[in-house]
Ligand binder design. Structure first.
Ligand code: GLY
Length: 397
């Protein structure tokens, strides 16, 4: 009798648990659907506000976008937001907005003075190739992206095994800098290698990913923002921070670039080491979140003010990463954290779409220089749109 009672309790508890899980998913679906609808309306309205497609949204001020030229590292994100709006909605209005803010980037394809060609060209031309239904336009985008990729590859330093960065606020004589952000260039190199068969680009991406893991990650899992390599021998001469708080702290957006880059490296190589690196770096990120499940701008700083952009990047990366994990405990763990981060960003503290031209408040560009601290940023909005798109593909059919 006792045994039957225990068995029945277990059955009822399991049913209760499954029903609860179903309710949570339904509630989250409703929140995401509402957020998507507001985001789409916001992107339509902001396009009318910005109007000039040679002006590229950068950071928010009083509900409007401050804009930059195509030469700025952020120039691809707004067109990218419009591509995701098109991919989510299928509405041709967003297709034409996406194209408008894509074409103005093309002239950067020969720009050797920047390491950020991946952001600019994958968000715009790269997404055009993925989402446009116009074959002629897609055929146009391919060579543009591939030219940018080859331009970028000139930054490769074989003696160090990495692509070099274009700036260093505290240069050390005889060294070449590399920042963790460059992990976001792997995708463009892998894509061009795939479409053109240029093995050299594939090898550069692999070398950059491996060297970054070896040189930027500390034993506790945290990361440096910058590593300086001897210009001649390629040996590591110095490690530290630029946008983070202190030499031995971890800048959360830099760390987010690492998580995202490792997921991308796994996407193209299927080398299980990259999936392990992605999980390990995500574990560190998750373990250091603020109580509201959003990342502080730097994980060790006394000022825990949030950086919504770092959380948007990792939420999006995790939605891709879980698709590479078999059903089970681990997949459930990372998908729950992706949901927690996305849900936090959809909440009233962060989501300001509808009321302003921007989607997310509270990003931090460069804390110690006082650049855009606690402001909306176009890169937060881009990875947020990507996370919404990935969420929709997984759960909203
Ligand atoms: N790539 C520049 C930044 O993350 O602020």
């Amino acid at each position: 009798m006792k045994k039957t009672f225990a068995a029945l309790s277990l059955v009822f508890a399991s049913i209760g648990f499954l029903v609860c899980q179903g309710c949570a998913r339904r509630e989250m679906n409703a929140t995401v659907e509402k957020t998507i609808a507001t985001s789409l309306a916001t992107l339509r309205r902001s396009a009318a506000s910005v109007d000039d497609s040679l002006c590229f949204p950068s950071h928010g001020k009083e509900g409007k976008w401050k804009v930059k030229s195509s030469a700025n590292w952020v120039s691809g994100f707004y067109g990218g937001c419009q591509w995701y709006a098109y991919a989510i909605s299928g509405d041709s209005v967003y297709d034409s907005l996406a194209r408008r803010w894509t074409m103005g980037i093309e002239k950067e394809k020969y720009n050797r003075n920047t390491h950020d060609l991946g952001f600019r060209f994958m968000c715009t031309f790269g997404n055009g190739i993925r989402f446009s239904k116009d074959d002629a336009f897609r055929s146009y985008c391919g060579p543009v992206r591939d030219t940018a990729s080859v331009t970028l590859s000139h930054r490769f330093l074989p003696q160090a095994g990495v692509l070099s960065s274009d700036w260093d606020n505290e240069p050390v004589e005889g060294t070449v800098p590399c920042v963790i952000d460059i992990m976001m260039n792997l995708e463009i190199l892998f894509e061009t290698a795939l479409s053109t068969g240029d093995r050299r680009l594939y090898d550069i991406a692999v070398s950059h990913a491996n060297t970054t893991w070896k040189d930027f990650v500390r034993p506790d899992g945290g990361t440096y923002h910058i590593v300086r390599y001897d210009a001649v021998t390629g040996e590591v001469r110095d490690k530290g921070q630029l946008q983070g708080d202190t030499k031995e702290s971890t800048w959360s957006r830099g760390h987010a670039w690492l998580v995202y880059g490792m997921v991308v490296a796994y996407r193209y190589t299927k080398d299980p080491a990259y999936l392990e690196y992605a999980k390990k770096s995500a574990d560190y990120f998750i373990a250091h979140l603020n109580e509201d499940n959003v990342a502080p701008w730097d994980f060790q700083s006394g000022d825990r003010q949030p950086d919504a952009s770092a959380s948007a990047v990792v939420a999006s990366a995790l939605y891709e990463m879980i698709s590479y994990l078999p059903e089970g405990k681990e997949r459930k763990h990372y998908s729950e954290w992706a949901d927690k981060m996305l849900l936090a960003l959809c909440g009233p503290e962060y989501f300001i779409g509808g009321e302003t031209d921007c989607l997310l408040d509270h990003s931090v560009q460069y804390y110690h220089l006082g650049y855009n601290v606690g402001k909306p940023s176009i890169y937060a909005d881009y990875y947020f749109m990507e996370a919404l798109y990935r969420y929709k593909s997984l759960y909203l059919h």
